[in-house]
Design a protein around this ligand. Structure first.
Ligand SMILES: [Zn+2]
Length: 262
């Protein structure tokens, strides 16, 4: 397996892999429709791909999560930490969104095929009408949304799994929790700005100093929920809502930082 070192690389790889998968599936759906049949998406191929990508994300999460601890001079067994990250990835793939990640993505694809193909078979003419109707389901935008959201999920999940494993190995709660971290700019949404320690006011996020952001960022124990503090305007709609870890919404790019007891 090729080792991917950072979030950006993985996100790009994830997008391309999904785009290729969707392109193949669209072609196969059209080919089946020409013969008057309804195509069944290749769930096994999707599952293999997602397992590999989510596992890579969990590795990155473990590696990035351990960085600050290594620089503090903490010693631990890195192989066991990686194992914990892999276990998280496997569990996530089978439990995400109640039905599992692969099933969730596959179910939506199937639903649209079963809506659009019979419609085209009874009323359609050119095959381009069908591919047009399926464009969104098999398109770049869906691939990007899934990739960004799931890379965020895998990395944050890998972070938490690795910190728990370090605590277990050291027999302490040296990593007492984690802090929600968001980009320090005005593009951050009203969900993530207050979670990440930024003020949302006058309809947009107010970038602040790194120190105030760090002082205000919401923290939670490992495995506990982050509770949205609310804020002004649109941010107040989320007051009291609970989030297990980033992503807080599709396409969220937030991250976690460890809270270390010294
Ligand atoms: Zn976010």
């Amino acid at each position: 397996m090729k080792i991917i070192r950072n979030r950006r690389q993985l996100e790009r790889l994830f997008i391309y892999a999904l785009e290729d998968y969707f392109e193949d599936e669209l072609r196969a759906t059209a080919r089946a429709a020409r013969k008057g049949t309804i195509y069944t998406p290749d769930k096994k191929a999707l599952d293999r791909m997602l397992t590999q990508l989510i596992t890579q994300g969990a590795y990155i999460g473990a590696e990035e999560g351990l960085g600050p601890l290594i620089s503090m001079g903490l010693g631990f067994d890195a192989a066991l930490v990686n194992e914990a990250a892999v276990s998280f990835a496997q569990e996530y793939i089978y439990t995400a969104y109640d039905v599992g990640l692969t099933n969730a993505i596959d179910a939506h694809t199937r639903e649209i095929i079963h809506r659009e193909v019979p419609k085209w078979l009874s009323e359609g003419d050119q095959i381009s009408e069908l591919t047009e109707a399926l464009r969104e389901t098999f398109g770049k935008k869906r691939a990007q949304t899934i990739a960004t959201t799931e890379v965020t999920n895998a990395i944050a999940g890998g972070n938490i799994a690795s910190w728990r494993e370090v605590n277990r190995q050291l027999g302490t709660n040296i990593i007492s929790g984690s802090q929600w971290t968001t980009a320090n700019d005005e593009n951050v949404c009203p969900v993530c700005a207050p979670l990440g320690g930024l003020v949302f006011a006058d309809g947009e996020t107010q970038p602040g100093s790194i120190d105030t952001q760090q002082a205000r960022g919401i923290t939670a124990g490992l495995g506990d929920v982050f509770v949205h503090p609310g804020g002004s305007g649109a941010a107040d709609n989320f007051k009291g809502k609970e989030y297990y870890r980033p992503p807080a919404h599709p396409r969220c790019r937030c991250t976690l930082a460890p809270v270390v007891q010294q």
